[in-house]
Design a protein around this ligand. Structure first.
Ligand code: PCA
Length: 216
């Protein structure tokens, strides 16, 4: 089985993005039932969905976890819901700042993650990795990619979802407010385990969002 792990290029004037550093560190690893394939997505509303769809078509993955950076979060943040809204707080890497638009004109208001989000959180915490569930991936490029991912795979027995990562220590140190951070080695270890945890457990959320059956 192919496992697709995506990360984003740096954005917002920063030189590094932990999401891509984590994805590329795990590229090629055999984890659980599959092999990780890392792909870097542009932090661009115009380009990211196309790059995501190209990776899905190329790899036909059995599991997809998209990663992004969320400065200010203190834990590995497992997203539960993608919303049909783009409302950019800052410009993307092509200078675009769309406001109050749907991701897809014809799409539903939201999609749930089909990852086993609770058992991923519990397994990460039991192994000593700070982790939690989040009810919003924001309204920037990460949420757009999460929404497009769930839209592309709806009705398929492929688990998919999104995980936001804290800033790296050097990113936090460069900001006057010193937001929370997590070392890259800790982020990599947490995601290595998260990829394994995502392959077992029950993916059906109480609100109904998953296929419900573990990956064989
Ligand atoms: N984080 C941004 C986009 C790219 C990234 O890593 C977000 O949370 O939308």
């Amino acid at each position: 089985m192919n496992i697709l792990l995506t990360g984003f290029e740096p954005f917002g004037g920063e030189a590094i993005n932990p999401s891509w550093e984590v994805a590329r560190a795990l590229d090629g690893e055999l984890l659980g039932q599959g092999r990780v394939h890392a792909r870097r997505l542009p932090t661009s509303f115009a380009q990211a969905p196309q790059a995501l769809r190209a990776a899905l078509a190329e790899l036909r993955p059995g599991l997809v976890i998209a990663l992004g950076q969320a400065t200010g979060r203190a834990e590995v943040s497992i997203e539960r819901v993608a919303i049909n809204l783009i409302d950019a707080r800052i410009a993307d890497n092509l200078g675009q700042r769309p406001l109050d638009q749907p991701v897809r004109e014809d799409g539903p208001a939201a999609f749930f993650s089909t990852l086993p989000v609770q058992s991923m959180r519990d397994g990460l915490r039991a192994a000593g990795h700070p982790a939690g569930l989040s009810l919003t991936a924001g309204a920037f490029v990460c949420n757009q990619v999460f929404y497009e991912l769930q839209h592309a795979l709806q009705g398929q027995a492929v688990r998919s979802g999104f995980v936001h990562l804290p800033a790296l220590p050097q990113q936090a140190a460069a900001q006057p407010s010193s937001p929370p951070s997590m070392a890259l080695s800790g982020q990599i270890a947490a995601l290595r385990l998260a990829v394994v945890l995502a392959q077992s457990g029950d993916s059906a959320s109480p609100a109904g969002g998953g296929e419900g059956s573990p990956i064989a």
